[in-house]
Write a protein that binds this ligand. Structure first.
Ligand code: CTP
Ligand code: MG
Length: 229
């Protein structure tokens, strides 16, 4: 069955700073969004991508195809979840509700094919969906006024990455429901959890980092360059 990619790319990159939204900054010769889109579209099972852009975006390069596959665009919303919901609703009408959708941050440029493959296999093995993530490795401190209040147990805690893979209709309903309830969800899985699903966790590569600050961009640049040497 056909799989589509959804890329929320309507953010302003406030924590990064600067005039150009971070998804359009270059690393290893290409904008981050192109790295992210290419990684998805290079996978043989991914048929096309829907990108959510902000209404006043002036940096979008105007792609209609990449790797011979359609790249469609729509206008995103005020929060990441609004952008994902807009993109899901803008997908081609002929896609059925069971179509697997991979939602991936435009600011996560170092996604590898092996992670996409394992995520798809986990999502297709059931009907609860799946996400990439990794167990926490650092010791966790609860803080108050710059001092440690407590050391929190780390067991069973994971960081959530993207892509996150869900069936189109179920994810659309879960995100619409969270929005109607006024609940801001920061990833797709949390909307699905609210709707009663228990998505699988697929351990992914730690170098699938999201660029949030300038230091992250330097690291992404290093990783992308060493991968391609
Ligand atoms: N995103 C989006 N629509 C929004 C907010 C974010 O499509 N209203 C996208 C971003 O473009 C990014 C991804 O969601 O690809 C992850 O969000 P984040 O890292 O928070 O990016 P920004 O929101 O742009 O950054 P910041 O929170 O620092 O402003
Ligand atoms: Mg944000």
């Amino acid at each position: 069955a056909m799989i589509w990619a959804v890329l929320p790319a309507a953010g302003r990159g406030q924590r990064f700073g600067g005039d150009t939204p971070k998804q359009y900054l270059h690393a290893a010769g290409k904008p981050l969004i192109e790295h992210a889109l290419s990684a998805l579209l290079r996978h043989p099972r991914v048929a096309g991508a829907m990108v959510a852009l902000s209404a006043d975006d002036t940096s979008w390069p105007g792609w209609t195809q990449l790797h011979g596959k359609p790249v469609l665009r729509c206008v995103g919303g005020g929060e990441r979840a609004d952008s994902v919901l807009a993109a899901l609703r803008a997908l081609p009408a002929e896609l059925d509700g069971d179509t697997l959708v991979l939602v991936h941050d435009a600011a996560r440029p170092n996604l590898r094919g092996e992670d996409i493959e394992r995520l798809i296999l986990a999502a297709e093995a059931g009907d609860q969906g799946a996400i990439l993530g990794a167990p926490l490795r650092d010791t966790l401190k609860r803080a108050g006024e710059g001092r440690i209040l407590a050391t929190e147990p780390r067991g069973g805690l994971w960081r959530a990455f993207t892509p996150q893979a869900f069936r189109r209709a179920a994810l659309t309903a879960a995100l619409a429901d969270a929005a109607a309830a006024g609940v801001v969800v920061t990833d797709e899985a949390s909307a699905m959890e609210r709707a009663g699903f228990r998505p699988r966790l697929v351990e992914g590569r730690e170098d699938n980092l999201k660029v949030t600050t300038p230091a992250d961009l330097a690291l992404a640049q290093f990783l992308l360059q060493s991968d391609r040497e």
